[in-house]
Design a protein around this ligand. Structure first.
Ligand code: M6R
Length: 604
């Protein structure tokens, strides 16, 4: 959470910083600020609201500075106010921060900082502390301060009397850095670097970086020079732009066919699932007797789809765990448990910590991650990268379907290794998996129909999603998506469970989105639909039926292509994403930046 960027080079920094903040805004948009260092003077401008507001605030600024830092905030400590916005200044020091300093109150008392600070933030305490320790040697002051900080931090620091230089250090919170012919740049996310270089490195934890226009010096805490491992981005700047779509979310929904192709194709060898290039050895699967899946939000829901498949096909028990719950449990896992961790960003702190706990209990961990070199990817035993490209909209779409595809790949390989599924069956399964992008393309052709459904939903304060089995899992994800971006209260219910209480909420015209794609329970779901229809619900049915004319069943029917029950998830997901998208758009909301949220959740 929070987007941070620093630049020092040979072009004006203001535009670099503000441009970078625009691309990082999905990490938080409560307030934004910039600090520019020029001729021994640091100018700070900051304000509540989105980067657009900061842009207006800086419109009259004709500052020639070629060194500066910028921040877009997701508030944790202290309300959404101008004074709590970053950068924070104390004496000679101006800094920006992503993370949480857990012992900030204690530090205020211990170091007598109360009179130095004016905001309610944990961050300002760090500025005050570094300034207190600063006697002309910035490295010494930063090291001394960092030693007493507990919590997560990504910090970019400037000193008023040190020209054209930015110092950076991190613990847990992400930072990536790059150099180019225009200067040195650091940010919390690659999307802000890509305009300058395709080659970058992940800042190692507790290493001090000194950025100047000529390059980046990296040293460990003992002062030894360190050569960081360079990585390359495999997508270009166009991937991080809207490309003619009104919102990133819609663009990302339409990118799903390619995202799945890019994720699945490199893992198919002679029609069989193959993880050779990922370095995932078959021995990982050989001796396991159960699987634990960990994630948060949408990523966790993708894991649930995987659970359905693994349990149904392989008869191996799968436990899906909410990371924030799991991390404080005494988990029942051991070396015979395979842990699969899902995360688009690879930085979600609850997921990261839950993963560490699984490892500590002897379980081998495969992570399914979209962002290369991210913390979860680095700390897991094996990583299966999804190749969705950057996902900018806060609401996850393409990252979800590629995670599901990755779970399907794992299930397929596990079946082969454990000799639970024959090679010919596996090949048939893989052919269907390879075909899912085409199915999604076909499903997307019906997008206009979904707009009409959204026009009904947008009028209601509540909506219900019902389904059984895999379709219930899809309902959970659908209701999260609708809540997240349309602010409509939505609940997902196992269709058969509705009559045990929740049906009391079904009244005239309440939208019920019923998913009935699973043959074995189809008739059961239809009966449950009749129950809500009889109570006046406005039913939107998603099924494979060619046509449903019966007004006793539904008011609107959305057809998905004819598919094997285990592959309906991909088509259904797209329909449900579009319902949420068009409802939010019809309400005139900022689809990509829903209130109170941020893309990457690096706080507990
Ligand atoms: O980056 P991660 O996949 O670990 O993020 C997990 C969740 O925060 C994320 O999926 C969230 O639920 C989405 N915003 C939902 O659309």
């Amino acid at each position: 959470m929070c987007g941070i960027i620093g630049f020092t080079g040979n072009i004006p920094a203001k535009d670099v910083i503000i441009g970078g903040l625009e691309t990082l805004e999905y990490r938080g948009y409560d307030s934004a600020g910039v600090a520019l260092l020029c001729d021994g003077e640091i100018t700070v401008r900051k304000r509540t609201g989105k980067v657009e507001e900061l842009k207006k605030l800086c419109a009259d600024m004709d500052n020639p500075a070629t060194c500066g830092i910028g921040h877009t905030r997701w508030a944790t400590h202290g309300g959404v106010t101008d004074v709590n916005a970053h950068p924070h200044r104390c004496g000679q020091v101006v800094l920006i921060h992503n993370g949480i300093i857990e012992n900030y109150r204690q530090l205020i008392t211990e170091y007598g900082l109360a009179d130095d600070i004016i905001s309610e933030t944990d961050t300002e305490v760090v500025a005050a502390l570094i300034d207190k320790f600063y006697e002309g040697d910035p490295v010494k002051a930063i090291k001394k301060a960092v030693k007493v900080l507990s919590g997560a931090f990504g910090l970019c620091i400037m000193f008023q009397d040190i020209p054209d230089t930015i110092y950076c250090i991190r613990n847990v919170s992400p930072l990536v850095a790059a150099t180019s012919d225009r200067g040195s740049v650091i940010a919390s996310d690659l999307t802000a670097l890509i305009a300058y270089s395709k080659d970058y490195f992940v800042v190692p934890e507790y290493h001090l970086l000194t950025l100047t226009k000529d390059g980046i010096d990296v040293r460990d805490m003992k002062g030894n020079e360190v050569k960081p491992q360079m990585l390359s981005v495999n997508w270009d700047i166009a991937s991080a732009q809207k490309g003619g779509y009104p919102f990133f979310m819609l663009k990302e929904i339409y990118e799903q066919p390619d995202a799945i192709r890019n994720t699945v194709a490199p893992r198919v060898m002679d029609g069989m699932p193959d993880f050779t290039d990922d370095g995932i050895d078959d021995s990982v699967f050989e001796n396991i007797d159960k699987v634990t899946v960990i994630g948060c939000g949408t990523a966790m829901h993708a894991g649930m789809v995987g659970k359905h498949l693994i349990e149904a096909k392989l008869r191996i028990p799968v436990q899906v765990e909410i990371a924030s719950e799991f991390r404080y449990k005494n988990p029942i896992i051991d070396e015979k448990t395979l842990t699969i961790v899902l995360s688009q960003s690879g930085e979600t702190i609850d997921t990261l910590e839950a993963m560490k706990l699984a490892k500590a209990n002897g379980s081998k961990v495969i992570s399914i991650v979209n962002v290369k070199g991210s913390s979860i990817a680095r700390e897991s035993d094996y990583v299966l990268y999804t190749h969705a490209g950057p996902e900018i909209a806060v609401a996850s779409t393409k990252a979800y379907t590629v995670q599901v595809a990755a779970m399907y790949l794992i299930a397929a390989r596990m079946g082969v290794v454990k000799k639970l599924v024959s090679d010919s069956e596996t090949k048939k399964f893989m052919t269907k998996l390879i075909n899912t992008p085409n199915i999604i393309e076909e499903t997307l052709e019906g997008a206009n129909d979904i707009k009409r459904v959204a026009n009904h939903i947008k009028l209601s304060p509540d909506a219900f999603y019902i389904g059984r089995g895999l379709d219930y899992t899809m309902s959970l994800e659908a209701s999260l998506k609708l809540k997240e971006i349309s602010y409509i209260h939505a609940e997902a219910y196992a269709a058969g469970e509705l009559k045990h209480g929740t049906i009391a909420l079904i009244t005239e015209n309440v939208p019920v989105i019923a998913i009935a794609t699973q043959e074995d329970v189809y008739e059961k779901v239809i009966s449950n639909i009749r129950e809500v229809k009889a109570r006046g619900a406005y039913v939107i049915l998603i099924s494979m039926d060619e046509k449903v004319d019966d007004v006793k069943i539904c008011d609107k029917h959305i057809r998905i292509p004819k598919l094997d029950p285990e592959f309906t998830a991909f088509a259904t997901a797209v329909i449900l994403q579009l319902i949420a998208y068009y409802t939010s758009e019809a309400k005139g909301l900022d689809v990509d930046k829903p209130r109170n949220l941020a893309k990457s959740v690096t706080v507990e």
